[in-house]
Design a protein around this ligand. Structure first.
Ligand code: BG6
Length: 367
């Protein structure tokens, strides 16, 4: 039931702090991440030399955030591959490979086929899934459930932040097991602070972002730029807009701008830019700020998602959406919320059904 919300999507976005909190619960012990479902399965992480993350759609973008975190904390090579590409291209995999699948429903046929294929080739398999007892976890050697609760709206929101949360937990767990994790306690503190920060973003930016969407109801194209873990968030922001607002949208790695996409910039073109915190890397931050200058000089209408207190973006931004300070790998969970709200508000302004977008199904159970 919608419980007074205008749509399931609105309800599910509002449930994000809870989805993240429930996914963390029971998985922190004495200041370290210990995932009980993985007890006795250390070999899954020590007996391998690479990880392949496979998924479709929104789940694959969560996977990309997971790649950055896993490589950083667990010092193991990670690739992310769309399930339908992975399954049909004769990949090099075997007993030294852990294939991590991500699926809200646990029934997506493309992802299921990739998992089965990996198992047949001797790879180990772990699934991240939101639906207890679904087919993909049953076909996997191990499962880490996200506890987002049932997601009804076709466009994934709370499941996405729960998937990133589960991947961060997995990264910290694997990093600990492999002995490569430094300062795990600080990351655990970051994790535990997330739900309150999510609630803060929902409270402080909802009205502002909805207003922006109202102004932009006639927009025909929106671009999204991000760098580092902001890159998958740019991809997800664009996907949300395509899915429910039927507006052409594209996400780019900000560094790619000069290699092509900047040709798209003409006066009035709306561009969202996810700005990473300067506290994590002054260099990455400076590069993104310089991208903002470049597109602004060509007339783009720049909407920036930046950390509270980041004043460097102010001279070049038409709109600034603020997110609270958070660790580098924790920022994407906060930065995606305004983009979800934007897509939802724009679809609403266009009079569209945000829960049941045309041509899409919640779970695609055919290949
Ligand atoms: C698509 C849905 O068909 O499947 C997306 O419309 C979703 O929202 C994707 O991200 C993957 O679904 P699942 O259930 O495997 O996470």
């Amino acid at each position: 039931e919608k419980g007074g919300w205008p749509s399931f999507m609105a309800k599910e976005v509002a449930e994000e702090p809870e989805a993240v909190a429930n996914t963390i619960r029971g998985r922190v012990r004495d200041g370290a991440v210990v995932i009980p479902e993985l007890d006795g399965l250390d070999d899954l992480f020590t007996g391998i030399n690479r990880i392949i993350i496979t998924a479709c759609g929104t789940a694959s973008y969560a996977g990309l955030v997971g790649k950055y975190a896993l490589e950083h904390w667990a010092r193991i090579p990670v690739d992310v591959e769309l399930a339908h590409e992975f399954r049909y291209r004769d990949p090099v995999i075997g007993a030294d490979t852990l294939v991590v699948s991500i699926s809200q429903s646990g029934e997506t046929m493309d992802t299921l086929m990739a998992v089965k294929y990996a198992r047949e080739r001797g790879a180990r398999t772990l699934s991240i899934c939101n639906t207890q007892g679904a087919t993909i976890p049953r076909e996997s050697d191990a499962v880490v459930y996200t506890h987002a609760g049932p997601e009804v709206a076709v466009a994934s929101t709370k499941a996405f932040v729960a998937q990133i949360t589960a991947l961060l937990l997995l990264g910290l767990h694997v990093g600990r097991v492999r002995g490569s994790l430094e300062d795990g306690a600080a990351s655990v503190a970051e994790l535990e602070a997330l739900p309150a920060k999510l609630a803060h973003v929902l409270e402080s930016e909802q009205g502002h972002v909805a207003q922006l969407a109202g102004w932009m109801a006639d927009t025909r194209s929106v671009l999204f730029l991000g760098r580092h873990v902001g890159y998958p968030i740019a991809l997800e922001g664009a996907l949300k807009l395509k899915e429910i607002s039927y507006i052409h949208a594209e996400g780019f790695a900000a560094g790619e701008l000069k290699h092509g996409p900047i040709a798209l910039i003409e006066p009035g073109q709306p561009v969202f830019v996810i700005v990473p915190s300067p506290r994590h890397s002054a260099l990455i931050h400076a590069k993104v700020v310089s991208n903002i200058q470049e597109i602004r000089a060509r007339g783009a209408r720049v909407i920036v998602v930046a950390e509270e207190g980041d004043a460097a973006v102010l001279p070049f931004a038409d709109e600034v959406i603020r997110i609270p300070l958070a660790g580098a790998f924790f920022e994407p969970i906060l930065a995606v919320i305004p983009l979800q709200i934007f897509a939802m508000a724009l679809a609403t302004a266009k009079g569209l059904d945000v829960d049941q977008p045309r041509n899409l199904a919640k779970s695609v159970t055919v290949e």
